[in-house]
Design a binder for this molecule. Structure first.
Ligand SMILES: Cc1cc2nc3c(=O)[nH]c(=O)nc-3n(C[C@H](O)[C@H](O)[C@H](O)COP(=O)(O)O)c2cc1C
Length: 369
């Protein structure tokens, strides 16, 4: 899927996904840490009638996997957020829409039946953030995922070199690249959704959002702190998930705030380069707060085996980012569905080969520690 996405998606957007900040050490470590984790092979057990069904903040899910919020999904494939949300809905797992999406909250709601989750970036203009929460409420979003690890942007060299913007600026190098991406261009010509759907036309005084880095640095609120969670709760009375916890002390504070879940995450290695791989902190965070709050996990998951590793380590459930983005870039909605099918099958078979029949009964006894 990744190889096909690389061939089909314009370089600027493919690189945007397949990149980490600065030296990309944390990006690489996220995958490597999962790979290092060996599983315990158990045999001669009855592993008929297996189930990987689980729950996430009270919602039944076909497997403990949700689609993570990914900005600019609609630039990996035309109408990307709508297609991914539909694939997730049909599969029976949650979809999370990013604040920085191309398709708007209302647009995704109009094209799906099951309530999805909305990810919030808090902006300097708190009125705008309030408005986003009202729009998410009106669109029947059932959970808010508040991202805490992006108050300022970690530098991603490739985005600067490529001049990442949406829609892409018609520079000669971009036009040459687009000439080799007919699948993407053809689909993109059929849609009108090519800007930041949640933001365009909603933020006063912002007329040029084409440079994502500049826009983020000028608009995102660097004063966001733990007290801001209280502020969010005043405007959001449904389920609340805090995303971007990568430290035991932070996890303890978050668990004391009366939210529904935390996501152990380092933003897929896109923010603090040099931070620990999220899998390497997962166990300690589960030990510290796992009995008080649902601990979710993301970062580096590329297979059902990885989902199994995280759940066995104690994550209640997981999210995938790039894994589904590559499927989307490669084959649109069918590609996302294919990725979910592969992960589901790998998870089911891996669980069986570890001698387990129910994903909710797996644990550290399935890992070589
Ligand atoms: C291209 C891209 C864009 C992202 N945009 C957002 C975003 O808008 N909001 C957010 O909270 N996280 C964002 N993330 C982080 C993901 O939600 C998630 O934490 C990360 O992708 C997990 O790592 P993985 O890609 O290795 O699965 C983004 C990740 C990628 C790869």
């Amino acid at each position: 899927m990744q190889a096909l996405a690389k061939r089909r998606v314009p370089k600027m957007f493919y690189d945007y996904a397949d990149t980490g900040s600065w030296t990309q050490s944390t990006y690489r470590e996220n995958e490597a840490a999962l790979q290092r984790q060996k599983l315990r092979q158990r045999v001669a057990r009855n592993i008929d009638n297996r189930s990987v069904k689980s729950t996430m903040i009270g919602r039944e899910v076909a497997m403990p996997v949700a689609l993570a919020p990914v900005g600019l999904t609609g630039m990996q494939h035309a109408d990307g957020e709508i297609l991914a949300a539909q694939a997730a809905e049909e599969f029976g797992i949650p979809f999370t829409l990013s604040t920085m999406s191309v398709c708007s909250i209302e647009d995704v709601a109009e094209h799906t039946k099951t309530p999805f989750w909305f990810q919030l970036y808090v902006m300097r203009d708190r009125g705008f953030s309030e408005n986003l929460m009202q729009r998410a409420t009106a669109a029947d979003c059932s959970a808010l995922v508040l991202t805490l690890d992006l108050q300022v942007l970690g530098q991603r060299h490739q985005d600067l070199k490529n001049g990442l913007s949406t829609p892409p600026k018609p520079k000669p190098s971009v036009l040459v690249d687009l000439a080799f991406k007919p699948f993407w261009c053809w689909n993109m010509l059929q849609t009108k959704r090519r800007e930041f759907g949640n933001i365009h036309g909603h933020v006063a005084g912002v007329d040029d959002m084409s440079s994502l880095a500049e826009w983020t640095n000028s608009q995102f609120d660097p004063t966001l702190d733990w007290s801001s969670v209280e502020w969010v709760k005043k405007h959001w009375d449904r389920k609340l998930i805090l995303k971007g916890i990568n430290d035991v002390e932070d996890a303890k504070i978050a668990a004391g705030l009366g939210v529904d879940a935390i996501v152990v995450s380092n933003h897929g290695g896109r923010q603090l380069d040099g931070a620990l791989a999220s899998y390497d902190v997962l166990g300690d965070i589960v030990d510290a707060v796992g009995d008080k709050i649902e601990v979710h996990f993301d970062g580096g998951i590329r297979s059902g085996q990885d989902v199994f590793r995280a759940v066995a380590m104690g994550a209640h459930s997981t999210y995938i980012g790039r894994a589904y983005i590559y499927g989307l870039g490669a084959m649109g909605k069918a590609g996302v569905t294919k990725v979910l099918e592969m992960i589901h099958k790998e998870l089911d078979v891996t669980m069986g080969l570890c001698g387990e029949t129910d994903i909710t009964n797996t644990g550290r006894h399935n890992l070589v520690l």
